[in-house]
Design a protein around this ligand. Structure first.
Ligand code: S3P
Length: 429
């Protein structure tokens, strides 16, 4: 049980650089491993999920030197991975699992994958289906972990994504690198495009997009790069919401990715009436970034629907908290994907917010939230539900509470943000 900081009288002030982007960190290791030559990664996210990816590629025979500040990957080329000595441990990481499946489907050796209890309940049929169409041999009773991937020859397909998922899109792209011919993916609802951006720096023109059609042109080789990873907007989100809602806040989050497939939260903040200022706009390894200043603001309620969701999917728990402090009733729908995250995030948000006295109604695909300025605690024993983003959302909520609160399974924040509580201390002073 972790005692949370409550009843914060001051706002959040100063500057904060949150750790590197989780999605880009996974992809930098994967592409670095498949490249010819050395890839040097700066600002790699040293969190449990990303370390699952790093370790898996070490087990696949890739030399990776993790010096914390700099990670050096000695690429083995597209055909250089080796059969691991033991099953690969995916930990809690859905991104590691779904993306690596695309790569492993095309190898000449068999691999076994397993993960923790939460990950073993999450659906993989969404990845198995297109990969099997490409010729992959994936053995699993329920299309969940544990599973076995057998050697196969990958062929190109045209795949119409049935679910808005960057992980599924990326699995097909990565398998497509090994196909004899062009793979095409139809993506009606745009999702994060980091695989495309990074891949095109390792092998220009590998991915082309035209309207909703993504074409993978299998490259002869990827060439090792220096990758500078921007700060993760999904981690900065907790501080942005805290700064917007706590009195007298003036906080600048440095080097945040402004990739429009990820900036749904910024649009939501602005629409709800939050003052944002963008400074020092620049480019880091193909991603637009800026320093984002957030000040305390009066908040209006908001309505979010299915087409809004992919660009803010991981921020929805903290957006729900933002809505709970707005004037009026907010409604979020079309977010059924939250049901299959690290925990059922709709159920977890509703259960925990009720303990905080927030008037929230559960919908099959979202929530209705009535805003009010203060919390009225009903039950001070909170739980992260072993989900990093639920844990961090509750830690931010606690800052507004007028009595002590405890959080069970708080250590799960380390899945994406090991220094979260220390960073929060820094900006509270
Ligand atoms: C991710 C894609 C999203 C997101 C996850 C990271 C990625 O998942 O929720 O945290 O790096 O591709 P889905 O593909 O399931 O939407």
């Amino acid at each position: 049980m972790k005692e949370l900081t409550t009843a914060l009288k001051t706002g959040l002030t100063g500057e904060l650089t949150v750790p590197g982007d989780k999605s880009i960190s996974h992809r930098a290791i994967m592409l670095g491993a498949l490249a010819e030559g050395t890839t040097t990664i700066h600002n790699f996210l040293q969190s449990k999920d990303c370390l699952s990816t790093l370790k898996a590629f070490q087990d696949l025979g890739v030399e990776i030197d993790n010096q914390i500040d700099v990670v050096t990957v000695r690429g083995v080329g597209l055909n250089g991975l080796k059969q691991p000595q033991k099953p690969l441990d995916m930990g809690n990481s859905g991104t590691t699992t779904r993306l690596i499946m695309g790569i492993l489907a095309a190898q000449r050796f068999q691999t076994d994958l397993f993960g923790d209890d939460s990950l073993s309940k999450r659906p993989l049929d969404r990845v198995c289906q297109p990969l099997r169409q490409m010729g992959a041999k994936i053995e699993s009773k329920t299309d969940k972990l544990p599973l076995t991937i057998e050697p196969s020859q990958i062929k190109p397909i045209t795949y119409d994504l049935p679910v808005a998922s960057a992980q599924v899109k990326s699995a097909v792209i990565l398998a497509g690198l090994f196909a004899q011919g062009k793979t095409q993916i139809i993506e009606k609802q745009p999702t994060r495009d980091h695989t495309k951006r990074l891949l095109n720096t390792f092998a220009p023109d590998t991915i082309q997009t035209q309207a909703d059609k993504i074409t993978v042109n299998p490259p002869k080789q990827l060439v090792g790069q220096t990758v500078e990873i921007p700060s993760d907007i999904s981690s900065a989100a907790f501080f942005m919401v805290a700064a917007a809602t706590l009195p007298n806040s003036d906080l600048t989050l440095k080097a945040i990715s402004l990739n429009k497939t990820r900036t749904g939260l910024l649009k939501v903040l602005e629409k709800m009436g939050v003052q944002l200022t963008f400074k020092n706009q620049r480019n880091l390894s193909g991603e637009p970034v800026a320093d984002v200043q957030v000040k305390t603001s009066q908040l209006n309620a908001i309505e979010l629907k299915e087409s809004d969701i992919p660009a803010m999917i991981d921020e929805l728990p903290i957006i729900a908290l933002l809505c709970s402090f707005a004037n009026g009733t907010s409604k979020i729908t079309g977010a059924q994907e939250l049901r299959v995250k690290e925990t059922d995030r709709i159920a977890a948000v509703v259960t925990e917010f009720k303990k905080l006295g927030i008037a929230i109604t559960e919908l099959p695909d979202g929530f209705i939230i009535e805003g009010k300025p203060e919390l009225t605690i009903v039950n001070p024993q909170l739980s992260s539900h072993k989900d990093h983003r639920i844990g961090m959302t509750l830690a931010i909520a606690a800052l507004k509470a007028n009595q002590s609160l405890e959080l069970a399974d708080a250590e799960y924040v380390g899945i994406s943000y090991p220094s979260f509580f220390e960073d929060l201390e820094k900006v509270m002073r």
